[in-house]
Design a protein around this ligand. Structure first.
Ligand SMILES: O=c1ccn([C@@H]2O[C@H](COP(=O)(O)OP(=O)(O)O[C@H]3O[C@H](CO)[C@H](O)[C@H](O)[C@H]3O)[C@@H](O)[C@H]2O)c(=O)[nH]1
Length: 327
């Protein structure tokens, strides 16, 4: 029997890539998105229900109409800086939004959820690579807004039998290699799209935010993971959850760190053009180094990153950018 997944935030960056991956694997895909930060034209693999996860009528109506086996929950705000300036909308949209969604699932008898969590829940790392047992101590409201949800999922599992998998992403990056979807944020604050823009346009220099980190070249190190590797992990996690139930947590990263300087070199190599680069101060709350251990996902989901070489990530992001240059 064909399975159905309800994807909240399916019009967004990671959500839309997951829709494609589930659809390719033979699932029915339904998107619930309020289009506040998503894109109508990114919803290509099933119907779009335009609605908000905080709206009990929209959630209940969608769950009852489509009877999904699984909810994949991406609908969230994800700008760390914005969360510091305006925490209310993060707790409202991310935390309260998930609570409303979970209550809708309870009422409709839907028992399985994949949750898009974050490495920001670890805060400043005590050791590298970061495994799932690393203490969680967020240093910004974005990280807290997501960590509270993980806690909620544990409690809802115990009390109401809602099975969940929280997937703690490191740095989602790259685009669909077939060019149908990609990263589109407004405003764009992420390093890879900005470095690519700098390679394409001399009037858009890239600023290295921090050159005095305790790292070999002084710039911050991140673990960039291709969005399609993330999407495949959701598919495997969903299949595991339907089979086994329970409450689970996995890191999704590559175990490989790339500094901002190395990122710029990679953009130069792939784009064959040197971006104009400036040096700037650190961004508040940016740790020096975040690198994942994905051993648990490998062991329990049989997952490994397959598309996350930095040059391939940049190649797919560049192709997407060139198909959709900013107007
Ligand atoms: O113009 C820029 C933008 C970024 N950076 C640097 O590049 C690295 C990556 O920055 P991104 O903004 O691309 O990613 P972050 O690691 O800050 O953010 C990621 O992790 C966050 C949690 O920590 C959120 O989950 C967020 O959505 C996700 O993209 C950081 O060291 C940042 O300081 C620059 O040097 N210049």
């Amino acid at each position: 029997m064909t399975r159905t997944v309800l994807v909240t935030g399916g019009a967004g960056y990671v959500g839309s890539h997951c829709c494609k991956t589930f659809a390719r694997a033979g699932w029915n895909v339904v998107t619930l998105d309020n289009l506040s930060r998503g894109w109508r034209d990114a919803v290509r693999w099933g119907p779009l229900v335009e609605g908000d996860v905080r709206d009990p009528i929209a959630v209940r109506g969608t769950l009852e109409k489509y009877e999904p086996d699984l909810v994949a929950h991406f609908a969230a705000f994800a700008y760390v800086g914005e969360s510091v300036e305006n925490p209310a909308i993060y707790y409202e949209n991310n935390t309260a939004g998930t609570l409303a969604l979970l209550n809708g699932m309870r009422a409709a008898g839907c028992r399985h959820i994949l949750f898009s969590s974050t490495c920001a829940s670890y805060g400043v790392p005590q050791h590298i690579p970061i495994d799932e047992r690393h203490p969680q101590a967020p240093i910004n409201p974005y990280g807290w807004s997501k960590m509270i949800i993980e806690r909620m999922l544990e409690d809802f599992g115990r009390a109401y039998g809602i099975g969940s998998v929280s997937l703690r992403y490191f740095n989602a990056a790259g685009a669909d290699p077939e060019g149908e979807i990609g990263e589109r944020h407004e405003p764009e604050s992420h390093a890879i799209p900005l470095a690519i823009e700098a390679a394409r346009r001399a009037d858009q220099p890239f600023t290295i935010l921090g050159t005095d980190f305790p790292t070999p070249d002084g710039s911050a190190i991140r673990d960039y993971i291709h969005v399609n590797d993330l999407a495949r992990a959701h598919l495997l996690a969903g299949e595991m959850l339907l089979e086994r139930g329970g409450t689970h947590v996995f890191n999704l990263g590559t175990g490989v760190g790339t500094s901002v300087h190395e990122l710029i070199e990679a953009v130069e190599r792939v784009a064959r053009c040197k971006p104009v680069v400036r040096r700037g101060p650190r961004r508040a709350g940016d740790p020096a180094k975040l690198v994942a251990s994905f051993a648990k996902a490998e062991r329990e989901l049989g997952w490994q990153p397959q598309h996350s070489g930095i040059d391939f990530i940049i190649k797919t992001a560049l192709e997407w950018r060139d198909r959709h240059p900013p107007v």
